[in-house]
Design a protein around this ligand. Structure first.
Ligand code: ZN
Length: 74
């Protein structure tokens, strides 16, 4: 079941903390971009929670991230 939700955290911060293989090296966790490389107008385009996992799609590039909802709410 999908639950629509809103987030308190800034979009740029969420985007910077994305842990997908495009953003973090799967082996060593090293970030593969600089925060300065992100679009200045990065925004949260869509967000929903599904079984304890928060799915976020960012604008304007459509990048998708997945976060643990416990981590987001801590
Ligand atoms: Zn990512």
């Amino acid at each position: 079941m999908e639950v629509a939700m809103t987030l308190d955290a800034p979009a740029i911060w969420l985007r910077d903390n994305c842990s997908c293989p495009e953003c973090r090296h799967p082996g060593n966790g090293q970030k593969l971009f600089n925060i300065g490389d992100l679009a200045e107008d990065v925004s949260v385009d869509h967000v929903h929670e599904d079984d304890g996992v928060v799915h976020i799609r960012f604008g304007p590039d459509g990048h998708a991230s997945v976060f643990d909802s416990d981590w987001l709410n801590s």
